[in-house]
Design a protein around this ligand. Structure first.
Ligand code: CDT
Length: 332
């Protein structure tokens, strides 16, 4: 029996400065796709908000002043070269971008809505999966206590598409179960498990993570920033028996350092490729999807071993509550 295998790439991007037009960013991405094609890659993963600088660090009092960072159509004239390259090279791609959609809100009224979005596109140019970031970090109002703002809660609504997984043809394979997370989502085991419960085999994930904790909430050693990113992705893959391609935007962008360290991880939780630069860099790996079977038929055979009746707090509760206090009298 031949292995179900796909060759994937994390197409890390070096910094995109505030003044850099989308055209230049797209040209850089097309060059990475050309390189990917030469290396036999079948699916390329670009970072979160890959077309512009990480603009949530910039404050606009009037949110509409930030609209120029957003895409209103996909593809557009500016992003069409990515779709053309995908077609030319027979490569699928994952793209993170800021999305403006005119959609009904929860009351049914059509509104202008803003999301931190990613899409999975096949070589024919079909958008086979769309995801909108659920775990938005940062804050909504200008914070004078911070050296650098992180205004995702100002510019984006919480994603309203859940954590979808789709089975679609990619590379030589007739079907791969693929899902997406965006940046901060990778730190939340609940998000990975919702993907795992849909038999995900390959998670596509883009991120922009500062090298320093700008929240000034306490000391966090510099080297632990990368450790926590890798720890989260490796645990997510192991516990859900899947591969992940996790792609960073890296380097010093608008004076702020992003740590890079893009990785590809297998279902054993091992890093099988890692970026070493803070620049545009392509890392690749052959993923034998049959490797997902071991975890999902043994230690993480969900149907045999999960105990949802004991997990009610996971969905019933947001913040943590205090436990009861033990006393000798109560114990007797
Ligand atoms: N883009 C993104 O989600 N970044 C966050 C930084 C958290 S600091 C507010 C991350 O989790 O990597």
């Amino acid at each position: 029996m031949t292995a179900r295998s796909i060759t994937v790439a994390a197409a890390q991007l070096g910094p995109i400065q505030k003044a850099e037009p989308r055209k230049v960013a797209v040209e850089r991405m097309v060059r990475l796709m050309e390189r990917a094609h030469r290396r036999g890659v079948e699916l390329v993963v670009f970072p979160e908000l890959a077309l512009t600088t990480f603009f949530p660090r910039h404050y606009h009092a009037d949110i509409t002043e930030a609209d120029h960072w957003f895409e209103t159509t996909m593809p557009s004239n500016q992003t069409a070269p990515l779709f053309a390259a995908a077609h030319k090279y027979g490569i699928g791609f994952h793209l993170g971008y800021a999305e403006i959609a005119h959609e009904p809100d929860e009351t049914g009224t059509v509104q202008k809505r803003r999301f931190n979005t990613s899409i999975l596109v096949n070589p024919d140019g079909d958008i086979v999966l769309k995801y909108r970031k659920v775990h938005l970090p940062g804050h909504a109002a200008f914070d004078p206590g911070r050296k650098v703002q992180h205004l995702e809660k100002r510019y984006f609504e919480v994603g309203n598409l859940g954590f979808p997984v789709v089975r679609a043809a990619m590379g030589d394979l007739a079907g791969i179960n693929m899902g997406m997370l965006i940046c901060n989502d990778r730190r939340w085991p609940e998000a990975w498990r919702v993907l795992g419960l849909q038999s995900v085999e390959l998670v596509l994930l883009g991120y922009n993570t500062p090298s320093l904790n700008m929240e000034a909430g306490g000391f966090e050693a510099h080297h632990l920033r990368v450790f926590h990113s890798h720890l989260s992705i490796q645990a997510g893959c192991y516990q859900n028996a899947c591969f992940a391609v996790a792609t960073a935007k890296a380097g010093t962008e608008d004076g702020c350092e992003l740590f890079g360290h893009s990785i590809i991880v297998n279902p054993q939780g091992e890093i099988i490729a890692m970026a070493t630069s803070w620049d545009d860099e392509l890392i690749t790996a052959d993923c034998n999807l049959d490797m997902c079977t071991l975890g999902r038929t043994t230690i993480f055979a969900f149907d045999k071993h999960r105990r949802p009746e004991a997990y009610a707090r996971i969905t019933a509760q947001v913040g943590a509550v205090e436990p009861p206090i033990w006393t000798k009298q109560a114990a007797e």
